[in-house]
Design a protein around this ligand. Structure first.
Ligand SMILES: NC(=O)C1=CN([C@@H]2O[C@H](COP(=O)(O)OP(=O)(O)OC[C@H]3O[C@@H](n4cnc5c(N)ncnc54)[C@H](O)[C@@H]3O)[C@@H](O)[C@H]2O)C=CC1
Ligand SMILES: NCC(=O)COP(=O)(O)O
Length: 361
């Protein structure tokens, strides 16, 4: 592996970002061959370290004094408000409560890391979890970090992909979402043959470039129950999804493209491959049509270790699959496995992009 220069953003300072970062970085093997910079707040990391050590006897934790930390200046007005006894709650960071102050901070950490990655200072960014509602409260209107990363990078074709390596079999579940953070009622309008072509092409490129799979088997879900049951339970499959799939099979004759697979049974084979049951041949990549269709199975199998990656960007981006977990913030009980996996995957992807990846075919 080559040396990877990674930024790790702290995420929402009211959430579990600091805790999972300190837990992950307590294990040197997690960041072998990495030059790491934590982008966020030194004082918050020191506070988290002291509190978790003293109050919760929570170890092992990396000592923030020994980490490379890029302290992001949040501006005088904000600091004044943070320290002022007169400040109202929305101007104060309170552990366990996402608000305008925590949203402004996590947004500033992200902007700093993205700008520096675009300037070539980092090969990749591992992002701590943020709360979209806190960004909104701070006046930043993005559906999530993915869209901010894409906008700042000037890319229009990008995707949200989840990668999880089974601890039982070492098989890797790779799932791309065709649509992400939109209301369920908008999904049928947003899904189009053009969008699906864009997502499939991104998935194929990623499987080749990042995972060395030249001729993948792809599984694509239907939208409706039983994939529409011939039009009886929904029309999208008959109207455009089945014809679009036929076009893709003609465009990529050497690939196996299965679909539309009834969404309820699509996850049976990956489940068996994950747990090592039976002799199944799962797909190399799964394309789910909307957020929960893909993320319910991913999180059922792998909530503790799946990694969210943004594909289509000019640099690597990974993130744990979990959120800010405000309900357990500051309690010392957050599981850092997904953050560890996110750091390790980022280093691996940087290495593949710099040195090339060995083909699996
Ligand atoms: N990558 C990111 O930035 C993500 C951010 N979010 C944001 O997080 C906020 C909270 O979202 P939720 O849906 O509640 O999801 P969540 O993942 O924060 O929490 C769901 C449940 O899982 C538990 N949990 C989460 N991470 C854990 C960990 N590392 N160890 C032990 N338990 C853990 C929580 O305590 C909670 O009970 C939202 O504002 C959402 O937008 C959600 C997912 C990803
Ligand atoms: N459900 C995934 C998620 O919320 C992560 O979104 P993003 O902040 O990485 O765009």
């Amino acid at each position: 592996m080559t040396n990877s220069r990674l930024a790790i953003t702290l995420g929402d300072p009211a959430g579990i970002g600091g805790e999972v970062i300190l837990k992950a970085l307590a294990e040197p093997k997690v960041y072998e061959n990495c030059e790491l910079t934590v982008v966020g707040s030194r004082s918050l990391l020191l506070e988290t370290y002291t509190k978790l050590n003293l109050v919760h006897n929570c170890s092992p934790l990396a000592d923030p004094e020994k980490l490379s930390i890029l302290d992001v200046d949040l501006g005088n007005e904000y600091l004044h408000n943070l320290n002022s006894s007169e400040s109202n709650n929305s101007n104060k960071i309170t552990i366990g409560e996402g608000n305008a102050a925590s949203g402004a901070a996590s947004f500033a950490y992200m902007e700093t890391a993205i700008n520096r990655a675009l300037q070539g200072e980092f090969d990749g960014i591992v992002t701590g979890p943020i709360a979209k509602s806190a960004w909104k409260a701070a006046g930043h209107h993005y559906p999530g970090q993915t869209e901010l990363l894409a906008q700042k990078s000037g890319v229009e074709k990008f995707g949200m992909l989840f990668v999880a390596r089974s601890p039982h079999t070492s098989w890797t579940l790779i799932t791309l979402l065709a649509t992400t953070h939109i209301p369920l009622e908008k999904v049928p309008q947003v899904l189009t043959p053009e969008l699906m072509t864009q997502k499939l092409d991104l998935l194929l490129k990623c499987l080749k470039q990042d995972f060395g799979v030249e001729k993948p088997k792809i599984a694509i879900a239907g939208l409706n129950p039983h994939s529409g049951e011939g039009g009886q339970l929904g029309s999208e499959e008959q109207e455009w999804l089945i014809p679009w799939l036929e076009q893709q099979r003609q465009k990529y004759p050497s690939l196996q493209i299965d679909g539309p697979i009834p969404p309820d049974t699509m996850w049976v084979k990956p489940g068996q491959a994950w747990y090592g049951q039976g002799n199944v041949t799962p797909a190399d990549g799964y394309l789910a049509l909307y957020h929960d269709q893909g993320l319910i199975p991913v999180k059922l199998m792998a909530f503790d270790r799946a990694v969210n990656t943004s594909i289509g960007l000019p640099f690597v981006r990974t993130s744990p699959d979990h959120g800010t977990a405000f309900d357990i913030a500051g309690k010392g009980i957050a599981d850092a496995k997904s953050m560890k996996a996110a750091i390790q995957l980022a280093a691996e992807l940087v290495s593949h992009r710099k040195l090339g990846v060995r083909s699996k075919e």
